[in-house]
Design a binder for this molecule. Sequence first.
Ligand SMILES: *Cc1c(COP(=O)(O)O)cnc(C)c1O
Length: 492
Amino acid sequence: MSLDQFVDRLRNGEPAKFPSTANTLAWAQSLDEQDKLSHLRDEFIIPTKASLKKKSLDGRIPGQPAQNGVTNGASHEGDEQGIYFVGNSLGAQPKAVRQYVDAQLETWASIGVAGHFQDMEESPLPKWQDLAEDCAKKSADIVGSSPEEIVIMNTLTANLHMMMASFYKPTEKRHKIILEWRPFPSDYYAIESQITWHGLDPEKSMVKIEPDDSYLIPTERVLSVIDEHSEETALLLLPGIQYFSGQFFDMPRITAHAKAKGITVGWDLAHAAGNVELKLHDWDIDFACWCTYKYINAGPGSIAGAFVHERHGKVEWPQGESGKPSYRPRLTGWYGGDKSVRFKMDNNYVPIVGAGGFQVSNPSAIDLASLSGALSVFNKTCMRDLRSKALVLTAYAEYLLDQMTAEFGGSTPAFRVLTPRDPLQRGTQLSVMLASEQLHDAVSAALEANGVMCDKRKPNVIRVAPVPLYSRFEDVWRFMEILKGALAKLNA
Ligand SMILES: *Cc1c(COP(=O)(O)O)cnc(C)c1O
């Protein structure tokens, strides 16, 4: 059975059907050998067991030549690469980021303010004035839109507010926002405060979709909540992938249903962008926001992205070019202004056509350089290929987990997987709920001792994300061996 055949099965919604030999290291390695994306791992710096213990800087970067020319760590005994399964929280560092940021620092140091308008030969980056648009171009495949529908600015929660300022227009009749029962707290606060800011009562204007008996929300339930509140709802704002359960919502179906009822539709793609295939334009979504430090790997707190559908980014001239332009109302600032007039400083605002017209401030060129470096890695492949690999990686992790449940079964299983079993309803992440907090502590300690980074949510959930850009099937196998070891010890 080849890797491609597993991909085909999973894409068709069929079970992967891994063979009985799949629980061996050799089998995992045989899949890595077939993986056409395996070279991309070299584009990243994966923390090593030794580097994870560092308490102070020593000028050495794992797997990179040290600044003083001495080759560093990774080849040293006991300094093997760890397992980095926490790309759903903070992606591993692409080597390109340092190169791109260095280029920016050299440009700034060399030509100062002229860097705004002057391209530098041999630089991977365009002049600062064009940098945000360049990042938008490089993001188009990630979210499935035209570059003009993307704006790179601010950070995620700030952008949710910016977008709601334009897209949440409550009226006496239509004032509700539909969300899910447990959104990421920042999204909850953003929605709640928007409602309060409009002088409305969150108790009356927030509609929370409850899950079924586990943590999952069936599509039918979303649709029926939409139906129930359709007359009073102004906005539907859901996560593409739910951060806790890992559920990937049926975005096209939910969007079409809500729009047919006259509801504006926005999506938070924090856990979806760079993780699953998206077609924001074709799905006719009104707006979307995402951060770039999770699956996009641009670094802690890196500059974020937003999508505004083409139809909302139009700039029209009802009285001819000498009159005033008409455009969708929004909060404005000089960087949303068309470049031809941006520096005229004449207080006649003419927005950029497209999502760029929602920008307000001069964005940080250092931030953008970091993002541009991270995106350059995505541009060596495509979301379709990444998703193909991810489908099998995650199904393989699930398969090994299921084997372990059988092994440590008894009357109370040691853990259960919260994430949907249907591969098409999840991204790379599996959320594993352990049977007790004590088990969670023991497993966390074992993972840490073995150089494994994954997300541990108190009281008892670990979120495991084998990101296809830099994770191997071998890593999945090794991870499971470590987990198995921890469970065996507790059982003994
Ligand atoms: C990670 C995440 C955030 C974080 O918001 P910031 O503004 O980047 O701090 C918000 N919402 C969701 C759903 C997230 O997953």
